[in-house]
Ligand binder design. Sequence first.
Ligand SMILES: [Zn+2]
Length: 470
Amino acid sequence: MKIEFCGAAREVTGSCHLIHLRNGKKILLDCGLYQGNDKKMKDFNENFPFNPEEIDVLILSHAHIDHSGRIPYLVKKGFRGNIYATHATTNLCSIMLLDSAHIQEADADFNNKKLLVKGRSKDLIEPLYTKEDVPPAMEAFVSLPYDRWIPIDENILLQFKDAGHILGSATITLQIKEKGLLTTLGYTGDIGRPDRPILRDPKPMPLVDYLIMESTYGNRNHETKSLEQEHLLEIIRKTCIENKGKLIIPAFSIGRTQEIVYIMNQMYNEGVLPKIPIYVDSPLAIDATEIYGSHPECYDEELSSYILQDANPFGFKTLTYIREVKDSKKLNASKEPCIIISAAGMMTAGRIRHHMYNNLENPNNTFLMLGFCAPGTAGDLLINGIKEIKLFGETKQVRATIAYLPGFSAHGDKEEMKQFIANQKKVRKIFLVHGNYEAQLAFKKELIETGFNTVVIPELMSIHEIEHVE
Ligand SMILES: [Zn+2]
């Protein structure tokens, strides 16, 4: 068999890897949207490097849009196979893909209005897909449990195992029989972190012969959990109590938002959280939080016992969820110190853009980034000290404080990733994906020093032959 790396190769977005079997079958691992602002993004998203009609099966590691976001487009372009995912991933996709369709439509509308003003009606663009394309895509999902070997073909067994990254996230292991020989191929998807709130720790994968592995934080380690919480409290006190400003936290609607709300919920119950209003301003986050509430099979022991004392771990007295646009707009006029948690996490779209527009120029405010922001996104530019930024056609000065707590990331750091694959004693080759090249080079060196002999950093669209294990 061969693996073709069709996305997230020396990059952190657009995950998509294609396995070509000798019998002609084609298995796709993830079908992510490329998120960013450049022309490359448009080309990547619109042009599959394969014919979707020829893909037999799609296996999805988790619901994040950079792994799942082109599924409706894949189905629109003729894919007719099954999409295998865990139960929680399927549920999350049902809201996330609709939200993604909405963003595609809104972006196309926005651009087309500008083109019409310029008299360029010939250049109007179409959204990648629309809300109508989502239900047929959801029809193709087949939900599977964790930890069981499930036959998906007469020659292929599939097992999902907890990846501890977001609700429903899984590593993928495939046992593939070709010409009477069995090869075990693993794909980590995004590797989560041990000892994080809400989710169970990442579980070791079965022993594999070949491994496709993420490497986002291949060159760094995170802060310890207690330090992170201390820093978070310091930032809240400084911004909202001393400066009487607003603390704006851009957060992915799924995963990051629930984690930060759950942490604040615990701080509230411990009496350490200042009594200021906290808003979660994201309809998608509200829907996702409901889905989090309905998948106790994914909870870790701490949350499982915590909900015995607090039935709603994602809600407390000073917290308000905001769904309606009119209520979101009221936050702009309000002068009260508060915390606003809003999406998108990398500040590329969504209501967070309005909060940037209204709050970036006030030096009393703080924008707090949690976790990874892809290069070139507004979140990344702010972390790197950009002085002004263009929003809705206007230039805004960055006068607010920009704070960064990378340890809130849902991705394992260098040591955690090494620990995660410590059991892989018979792996013959590791392919590093989903990382910046610099982080990957550093991680490759570490892995080789640890005793993993063959580590490859595939280029985009490169094809690698997988030799059978005798
Ligand atoms: Zn992810």
